[in-house]
Structures are given as C-alpha cells and as structure tokens.
Design a protein around this ligand. Sequence first.
Ligand SMILES: [Mn+2]
Length: 297
Amino acid sequence: MAKLVEHRELWSGLISPDENAEIGVLGVPFDRAVSWRAGAAQAPQRMRSITPHLAYITEEGLPLTVRVKDYGDVEPDLDWARFFETVEQTAAGIIGGQHRLAFFLGGDHSVTIPLFRAFARRAGGPVGYIQFDSHPDLADEFEGHRWSHACTARRNVELPNLSPAHVAFVGLRSFLSEELEFRAANPGIGWHTARDVYRRGIEAVARDVVAQLQGVSAVYMSLDIDGIDPACTPGTGTPEHGGPTTRDCLEFLRIIFAGLPVTVMDIVEVSPPLDVADITSLAALKVMYEVFGFVQR
Ligand SMILES: [Mn+2]
C-alpha cells in the first residue's frame, strides 16, 4: 500500500518513520461513491504536497513537536468490496498501534464506513461517533447502493457497539425524508443544525456533544469538509450554504478533544479539482495542524 509523496519536509518536517509516533496518517484516495461531483480521491496527495510550506506551529503559538508517521495511501482497487476490506484491515493495524491519534484522509465520505468498522472493532466497548457535516448520511440506500457517501452514518449505527445515543451530528442543513424519519425514531441522536450553531454558538453545541458522549471508551471524529460553509471550503462535491465557518470548526474541535477520548479522526470530501487556490485543502490542513496541537498537550 505505501506510496508516499517524496519531499524532504513532508508534514512540515514532523514526518517520522517511527511506528510509535504520536500521529498516524493514512490516505484513502477513493471517490466513486459520490452522488454528484468527484475529485476527493486527489485530496491526500494534494494535501501532502502543501505541507512542506506550512509552519509547524498552532494558532496559539505552540510549536508542534508531535511526530507524524505517514503510511501513504491505500492502493486503488477496481473491486469496491475488496478495496473497503483492504481499507478496514490497513486502518485496523494503524488504530491498534501506539499512536495517540489515527488520522485518515479521504476520499469521499463512504471511506468512513470501513474506517469506522476498524475503529469499532478495535475499541470493543461502547464507542462514540461525531460527524461534522451538512448532511447526516443516514440513508439506508442511495442511488442503488448501501455504501453511497449518503449512507455512512447509517452503516456505522448498525454496528453493535455504537448506540444512536452516542452519535452526534453538527452543522446539519440538508436532509432526505428518510433521514428525518430515522432521527424521529431515534430521538437520542445528537442533532445540531447549522442554524443551532448560529443561534446558540458553537461552544454551547460542543459542550452538549461532550456531555452526550460521556462514558464511551473511544470517540471517532469525522469531518466532512462540506460541514463548513462553502465560503470557506468551496472545493467539495456537494456544498451547502449557510454553514459554520472554519473558525467555528476549530473552536468545536478544541472542546471535543479536551473533553472526549478521540482516538480516530478523518477529513473527507476535500476535492482539489473543484477547489480555488487550494483554499479547501488549506482549511483541512489548518484543522489538522490544530488537532496535532490538541493531541500534543
Ligand atoms: Mn456532507
């Protein structure tokens, strides 16, 4: 699988061959489950190519010292089922290692299905799942397939150790009718719309999520970049206006990482060919580097 971009300052020089590095990164370059515009398969390599130009410091002036073990990208495979099996097995090895945080780069949001399976299997006990997204991705099937990027959260809640009471969505602003029915049937789900974020403030929402997920053994944080407003992140396949800003997302994650045992995070749906001046890749990397800082403390 391993295929790395060659650059002597990848990840701002934080890159390390050590499998005990604090951060483990794996790219999952796959975008054949999208409902509209593709390109997310190009995100891992595009994001890596930018990292030599980023300062290894957080916005609060904390110099980053965490080491980043980059496992490269999962090799493409035209057999979708076999590809997801490879993703799950590869991710399980990384999640089961010594890293404080496993960080996965999509790919469209369907890649979270095998990634979350690997996480849930490794964690064993009751786990939490947070999805920062404009869409809840709770369709049972979409355009004839159960692994569409519109089905991700639905597949996740089918696993035995993820209760709907430990699922939280933040930034929602577009729905299918069956998703609203699923939510009505599972009122314990954390359901925070973009309008809730705007009216209540991101910190109040984040504190609700922290309170909701108390007691789980580990938390998976999935960031669909279209959860952020397309004014900040235009390079994505299904943008939705009226969303929280990159600033809101950073404040949210600061509270989540301080209050919950997040062991896995992904960023999905960044689509470089739909982007403008790499603004969306840069937003994703800003989030990543701040998260590195949260993990370092
Ligand atoms: Mn989405």
